[in-house]
Design a protein around this ligand. Structure first.
Ligand code: MN
Length: 420
């Protein structure tokens, strides 16, 4: 589904017709109403959408499912990938040019200290010797054809190194404006060699939307057919300073020497809309956090069979704070749930375990459980010296993890909320 088609499915869309600049204006417009999807119709002649997947409801409305069905469907998709389907005339190939000028695309500069204009909703599809990877990478515009790309040492980096050792550049296609199934699949941490596009396809199937359709680019890469923009190019041996740039916590990340992508060809759909994810905004949180929840859920359920749900909370950037809902079979299950949650999401720093009667999507209910069911001397788990998230500015090389057991003690007491 193109961005324009997705917009039709969403409930809360604000359209801004007034002309706007790429530097500064976009961020202010997105911050004004973080829960509304913002469609900017004239950003120096281009169209931008932001806050597109900044609520769980937007994601699940677009996929045509209920809010609490997503986690289960994502688990299914990770376990049982589904083939993608090739189409002959993909939407992204409406216009193709080798006369690439990245500076003319509606790519915003989000904050004044940023190293440049940044692509933040670009998923990078790379392939080397039959192995494909799909993942998010932030990319800074250097000039008309070059981007500095942040490559954390994971799968794209591994493929890049293999290509380098063979004396080649790594072929990539950067896709902007793809359906939430592709975005969520690109943000999963599956094993090396597992194909994220097939996970996206499986997620669509699980949601009753049919398999993912893909088109084939000039260099033979398969990319989502409905992407608004596809930038085809190569990760090269050249490097450049990447950053500064704002990370998920809303604080600045370091400048690093990173590889340079050269873009050789650009495709766009008939009326493309450029998708921009605001760094440190709700959409950034959800796209990073939602794909971690199924893995956390699976790990906690191994320890506590009656695990009902897990959530990474927006207040903790959907990364550092989690809530787990269980029904205890025996005393101590809640402590095991805490330990399993830390295993399932190693970046997790604080976790609260609650009973089934607490709605974990309501932060006030979770706090109420802490207020009425938690005693620090018996219910607190503190793990100093653990490896945590590099994104937490308060952590040194190691972090202290804290679990709060806010479940009712077995054996009764006045722990239930009065209901009318
Ligand atoms: Mn991968």
């Amino acid at each position: 589904m193109s961005i324009r088609a997705s917009l039709c499915k969403l409930r809360n869309v604000v359209t801004v017709e007034a002309p706007m600049s790429l530097e500064g204006g976009v961020t202010r417009a997105l911050l004004e109403d973080p829960n509304a999807t913002v469609h900017l119709r004239d950003v120096e002649g281009g169209e931008i959408v932001g806050n597109l997947w900044s609520t769980r409801e937007n994601v699940t409305d677009c996929l045509g499912i209920a809010r609490d069905e997503l986690l289960g469907h994502m688990l299914t998709a990770m376990n049982e990938p589904v083939d993608t389907v090739d189409v002959d005339e993909p939407g992204f190939a409406h216009t193709v040019t080798e006369n690439v000028d990245l500076t003319r695309l509606p790519i915003p500069k989000f904050y004044p200290e940023d190293g440049g204009r940044y692509i933040t909703a670009g998923i990078v599809i790379s392939e080397f010797r039959g192995r494909r990877n799909v993942s998010f990478h932030r990319m800074m515009v250097m000039d008309s054809r070059r981007l500095a790309v942040r490559l954390v040492p994971r799968h794209t980096f591994t493929l890049f190194r293999e290509a380098q050792e063979a004396g080649e550049d790594l072929r990539v296609a950067i896709c902007i404006g793809v359906c939430p199934s592709v975005l969520l699949a690109a943000a999963t941490s599956v094993d090396y060699g597992q194909d994220e596009l097939e996970i996206a396809s499986a997620l669509r199937e699980a949601c009753g939307q049919g398999p993912l359709e893909v088109g084939i680019t000039a260099t033979g890469l398969r990319v989502p057919a409905d992407a608004d923009y596809v930038l085809e190019g190569r990760i090269t041996a050249e490097t450049a300073a990447e950053g500064p740039f704002v990370d998920i916590t809303g604080t600045y990340d370091h400048v690093r020497d990173q590889p340079v992508i050269v873009v050789d060809r650009m495709y766009n759909s008939e009326e493309p809309v450029f998708h921009a994810v605001l760094p440190g905004g709700l959409e950034h949180y959800l796209l990073m956090g939602l794909p971690k929840e199924p893995v956390m859920f699976r790990t906690v359920r191994q320890a506590v069979p009656r695990t009902h749900a897990v959530r990474l909370t927006e207040g903790g950037c959907c990364w550092l704070h989690g809530v787990v809902s269980i029904t205890k079979n025996k005393e101590g299950d809640s402590k095991n749930a805490i330990m399993a949650a830390f295993t399932g999401h190693p970046s997790l720093k604080h976790v609260v375990v609650v009973d089934k009667d607490i709605d974990i999507f309501d932060d006030r209910e979770v706090e109420w459980a802490i207020a009425t069911r938690f005693q620090a001397d018996r219910d607190l788990v503190v793990v100093p010296g653990a490896a945590g998230s590099s994104l937490d500015p308060s952590a040194d090389t190691v972090t202290t993890k804290v679990g709060l057991d806010a479940t009712k003690p077995s054996g009764g007491g006045l722990f239930d909320r009065a209901r009318p």
